[in-house]
Design a protein around this ligand. Structure first.
Ligand SMILES: *Cc1c(COP(=O)(O)O)cnc(C)c1O
Length: 502
């Protein structure tokens, strides 16, 4: 299977090349040229195996330049029971809210308690094998712009991995105290963490710019290094996310909730559009998905886009209690648009150029029609996010985080509006303990808040009885290693300094 750039269909590479490089030279994103098709028999076989078995099947269909042994090695190392707290790294909790069943797909049982672990525990293995195939002996420099969860998950995935160095940038006021503490205490000899004076989009634009600056690339090359990416623009981040939608479907069938062949909806709290895009890719492979329900917080650029076909990032930016979705430029939307435009690189490039120059583009009527048919966009502000956390805890004693609450709220809106009773999988993207303050305030609106983050965790635990994930509990005693803050326009110098090649 080969991959090409969304902005230049003539740029064709292997899977290993796509993963090692992260992003195409023309600034486009790598996409598979075709999708494997899974029929009833494929699903029957997948039903009989476990998460790792399902992952191996999906990986082997997309990574045709990897051997079976290599894929097995990556999967076995990534999804261990020890790292994910059990044999199934992505279990479903069945809950009830106002008489509606919520099939909550918990994607946060990994080492950093956010769904990014599902991909970032395996990406370093995929990347080191890709490097060996394409750039033997070179060191990959991973630059990450994070709205909170990617940074920590990438640091944890790449720490002390041979032939890699990682530098993470996060918006100085844009992450939760727990997220900040998780990153600033990161261990490992190949890691650096730095705050920037700007928001997530500034961080992402800054990283993209460093990536595509030829003089920087030359400097790296002189030092036997090359850039790669752990953001969801990297194909190696998206591919692992396809697996959990397929696996969740199999689990629903095995649990007797649906019959093989039945349609489901997916509900995804969305930021950069990676997670929901993975579900769309799964549907192209034959997973029977009816609606893709795209949930946003007050940064509702995607809600408007799905309704109107106009993407317009010229709007207020809100800092919300679901910070991992505080995003106005959803990079992976480019991959969807490429597909919906009939794999048209020229048209896609035109929209992306308009986004760069005017912050705005409007898609064609054809694309609008498909989006209208398959996607539903909705949003939820902080007040309603808290109300949703409160209701679900009151009614079913289930504690969800702020991002998941946005998804549940939008799902409720969708059901009210449409009456659609198709069973729906709701992607739960973080442990509630990553956002203890907001969750505590939602659950107990009238009690005084404890002073420190860890006291809040303790209080939330007392009230809910829900276990605190070990990786968060153990953070309390870790030393802060990183406290750098830089201006956006000094990010390049910071990277060169961190690599010791200024
Ligand atoms: C990253 C993240 C999201 C958004 O996912 P995208 O793939 O960027 O759309 C949602 N919730 C949490 C907790 C996250 O960490």
């Amino acid at each position: 299977m080969l991959y090409n750039s969304t902005q230049n269909a003539k740029e064709v590479v292997s899977a290993a090349q796509a993963i090692a490089q992260g992003i195409s030279k023309d600034g486009g994103l790598f996409v598979p040229q075709e999708f494997p098709k899974y029929d009833e028999n494929t699903f029957k076989a997948l039903l009989k195996t476990d998460y790792k078995g399902r992952a191996k099947k999906v990986f082997s269909d997309f990574l045709s330049d990897f051997t079976e042994e290599e894929i097995n090695d990556c999967v076995e190392k990534a999804y261990t029971a020890q790292k994910f707290g059990g044999e199934n790294p992505a279990p479903i909790s069945y809950c009830n809210l106002d008489g509606t069943t919520l099939n909550i797909l918990e994607l946060w049982h990994g080492p950093t308690c956010a769904f990014k672990d599902m991909a970032l525990q395996i990406l370093p293995h995929l990347l080191t094998k890709s490097l060996k195939k394409k750039y033997d002996g070179k060191t990959a420099v991973i630059l990450v712009a994070t709205s909170g969860d990617t940074g920590k998950a990438a640091l944890e995935g790449f720490k002390d991995v041979d032939h890699t160095k990682i530098v993470v940038f996060y918006p100085v006021d844009g992450v939760s105290p727990m997220q900040k503490h998780q990153m600033n205490t990161q261990e490992g000899s190949n890691v650096r963490v730095c705050a920037i004076k700007g928001n997530f989009d500034d961080a992402q634009t800054g990283v993209k710019k460093i990536f595509t600056t030829p003089s920087v690339a030359e400097k790296l090359a002189e030092n036997n290094m090359l850039f790669s990416s752990a953001n969801s623009i990297n194909w190696g981040r998206l591919l692992p996310q396809i697996v959990y939608y397929i696996s969740a479907y199999c689990d629903l069938v095995n649990d007797g909730k649906i019959e093989l062949g039945d349609k489901i909806n997916v509900v995804v709290p969305t930021g950069n559009f990676g997670n929901i895009l993975a579900s769309y890719y799964a549907s192209l492979m034959g997973l029977p998905i009816n609606k893709f329900i795209c949930a946003s917080n007050s940064n509702n650029v995607l809600t408007d886009f799905i309704k109107t076909g106009v993407y317009d990032k010229n709007r207020n930016f809100y800092t919300t209690i679901s910070p991992s979705m505080d995003i106005l430029v959803s990079s992976n939307l480019e991959r969807l648009l490429y597909k919906l435009s009939g794999d048209n690189d020229e048209v896609t490039r035109g929209w992306m150029n308009a986004l760069k120059s005017e912050g705005k583009y409007e898609v064609s009527d054809n694309v609008k029609a498909v989006i209208n048919d398959r996607f539903y966009g909705g949003f939820c502000d902080d007040k309603n996010t808290e109300a949703t956390i409160h209701e679900l805890f009151e009614q079913d004693k289930y504690l969800c985080d702020t991002h998941t609450a946005v998804a549940i709220n939008v799902y409720k809106q969708y059901v009210e509006e449409t009456g659609d009773s198709t069973p729906s999988v709701i992607a739960s993207t973080a442990s509630p303990y990553k956002f203890s303050k907001a969750v505590l305030e939602a659950v107990e609106p009238n009690t005084a808040l404890p002073e420190t983050e860890f006291d809040m965790v303790e209080e939330l635990h007392k009230i809910s009885g829900v276990e605190v994930p070990a990786p968060l509990a153990s953070l309390k005693n870790k030393v802060v290693r990183f406290s750098d803050v830089t201006e956006v326009n000094a990010m390049e110098d910071y990277v060169l300094g961190a690599l010791g090649i200024e």
